[in-house]
Design a binder for this molecule. Sequence first.
Ligand code: C5P
Length: 313
Amino acid sequence: MTANTAVTVRVPAKVNLQLAVGPAREDGYHDLVNVFHAVSLFDEVTVSEARSRAGRGFVRLSVAGDLGSHTERVPLDDTNLAARAARLVAREATGAGPVDIHLNKRIPVAGGMAGGSADAAAALVACDRLWHTGLSADRLLELAAELGSDVPFPLVGATAVGTGRGEVLSPVPSPGRYEWVFALAEGGLSTAAVFAEYDRLRPDAPEPRGDERLMAALAAGDARRLGAALSNDLQGAALSLRPDLADTLATGRAAGAVGAIVSGSGPTCAFLAEDEGGAAAVAAALEKSGVCERAVRAQGDVEGATVIRRPGL
Ligand code: C5P
């Protein structure tokens, strides 16, 4: 790889501050009110022009990552969302050639923090830059929504509410800075399986509604109020598939977390602390108790996908 043919994009994980889930739609998806919050747990995605084209496909993927990010679960074939993202941008570019995509992961894989979606969002931005496609922010958001419900959000980052199947975004003013602890679990959970379990447990789910208490807490930048307002309709389904997560949530709460919730479809559990000292105490208690594989700290909110290395730098 040479510096003038590669683009690296840094992209954040998300936690859901509210995830309200409606009944299953005809197309199998669910209408959501999904309050996304970007946290400082970042993947880095590097897209580089392939040196040799002989005997290879359009995209070649490689992955490396932190202990606990479980890179062995990342598919390295054309089903990977980052590979699909590159193909979508190539359709709009002139003269796009084969690329290598390297995923450097800190976001847990299949952990309910939208790591795969984040990598896809980063690949869209990197390919657009590499091939000088000049796609507008709106066009990138459209391509992201084609790839998956959670892919648009990491493009914008910060805090935003997603409606529809989660892909229609509106920013939410959030002046506060929050201290989070994430308990990474052994094993992953399939998003589709958790939604199916939700349908089984809640056959008569009402239409999803926003939560004014949560919006007021965010506007005030008040961690205690925010912690009390966190909610996730998928939590019951995730706990039904992974009953052990109840111990993880209880451990973080007992250590002083002001909010404790399963992140998205799980199995990662998210804890909001009142301040840095509180976060250190929650992380230490989780690590010591053995209820999770690893505890990692992060702050929110943070910006969305950002180019950190590009041709000429
Ligand atoms: O959109 P995405 O492909 O990321 O969704 C993965 C799976 O999660 C879907 O196949 C569906 O089972 C479930 N899902 C859902 N309703 C949503 C978003 C996702 O049922 N709004």
